[in-house]
Design a binder for this molecule. Structure first.
Ligand SMILES: Nc1nc2c(ncn2[C@@H]2O[C@H](COP(=O)(O)OP(=O)(O)OP(=O)(O)O)[C@@H](O)[C@H]2O)c(=O)[nH]1
Ligand SMILES: [Mg+2]
Length: 319
């Protein structure tokens, strides 16, 4: 058994004798760096959606991990990039908000891409944030490169920014994650725990459900369509038999997108609904009846209510 083989479902430990620690650890980095994958790995459950496409995460998502006397609250954030649309600006603002509210910041960099212009821009802006928060470098996806390249990359990145600590990990495979977790647990401030110790996420269930559906849509749809839709849970009804009846709306920006999301004879939306339902049932541990509807709403990206629903600040998007 390696350090990383710790079962996520082990029984809760007895209350520790020493002081408890707790705090927020923000994950920031370019889109696709693996922030959500790392959060899920740390929490031991899929709390934040993951796809191979950039700009998957849209808002701040908290996942909670216990480590001995420490409660580590991971804050997943949208990738940081040069924003063009209102939605982009709100997303990037949410990411920086996550960083500035955190006790510890983790900057994720992809091992095979190294110090990109995008990462350099993030480091430049981190310097401006300058408030003495520990910032650790996380070189992720080490499974994609030869070990010999990592030392030079670490040196180059540490010359670009005075990181408190450097970790080389594979968020997907879990390599290096136990060391990172241990360091975080030791570095957080002494504090009472912020959540009940069996809580793993801080996001309403209807939002988690909408995110799961958006993940399935993003995986199935191409080009700009995933970026121009949003999903909301409109109704949630608990049934007597213990199941839940969940109604969701997919807002698309163009009439033409509606047909694509539905697919021929409705086959695309049907497959999306099925995949989302299976995952939601797994997450909740009970049966779900999921109903999806697609509505055209050309201007959803300029409606404050849509932003509220996904936990973004509409005003942050003011150009
Ligand atoms: N090979 C490899 N792939 C990884 C690793 N970590 C994440 N990935 C993959 O990288 C892609 C992006 O992962 P995400 O976790 O969605 O990345 P993100 O930083 O949250 O992306 P945004 O939400 O778009 O900002 C997915 O296809 C992951 O499976 C890793 O350690 N190794
Ligand atoms: Mg993400």
């Amino acid at each position: 058994m390696t350090d990383d083989d710790i079962a996520p479902d082990q029984p809760p430990a007895a209350l520790p004798d020493g002081p408890t620690r707790a705090g927020f650890v923000a994950l920031i980095g370019e889109p696709n760096a693996g922030k959500s994958t790392l959060l899920n790995q740390m929490v031991g459950a899929k709390v934040s959606i993951v796809t191979h496409k950039v700009q998957t995460t849209r808002a701040r998502i908290r996942g909670i991990a216990m480590h001995g006397p420490a409660q580590i609250v991971f804050v997943d954030t949208p990738g940081i990039f040069r924003p063009r649309r209102r939605l982009d600006r709100s997303m990037v603002a949410a990411a920086w908000g996550g960083a500035s509210d955190a006790d510890i910041v983790l900057v994720l960099v992809e091992a095979h891409r190294g110090l990109t212009d995008g990462t350099q821009a993030i480091l430049d802006q981190l310097v401006d944030l300058g408030k003495g928060t520990p910032v650790a470098l996380i070189i992720n996806k080490i499974d994609r490169v030869k070990a010999e390249t990592l030392l030079a990359l670490s040196q180059q990145l540490n010359e670009a920014y005075p990181f408190t600590e450097t970790f080389m990990i594979s968020a997907m495979r879990g390599h290096g994650c136990q060391q990172l977790r241990g360091w975080l647990a030791r570095s957080l401030p002494e504090s009472p725990w912020l959540y009940p110790e069996d809580q793993i996420a801080d996001l309403p269930m209807r939002m988690i459900a909408a995110e799961i559906t958006r993940e399935k849509l993003t995986l199935r749809l191409h080009e700009e369509i995933p970026y121009q839709l949003t999903v909301e849970t409109e109704a949630w009804e608990e049934k007597d038999d213990g199941s839940a009846r969940v109604e969701q709306v997919v807002y698309v920006a163009r009439q033409g997108h509606k047909g694509i999301v539905l697919g021929r004879g409705g086959e695309t939306i049907k497959a999306v609904g099925q995949a989302a339902r299976v995952e939601l049932e797994e997450f909740m541990g009970r049966r779900v009846h999921l109903f999806l509807q697609v509505r055209v709403r050309e201007n959803w990206e300029n409606e404050a209510e849509r932003y509220d629903e996904i936990g973004l600040n509409f005003r942050d998007g003011d150009g």
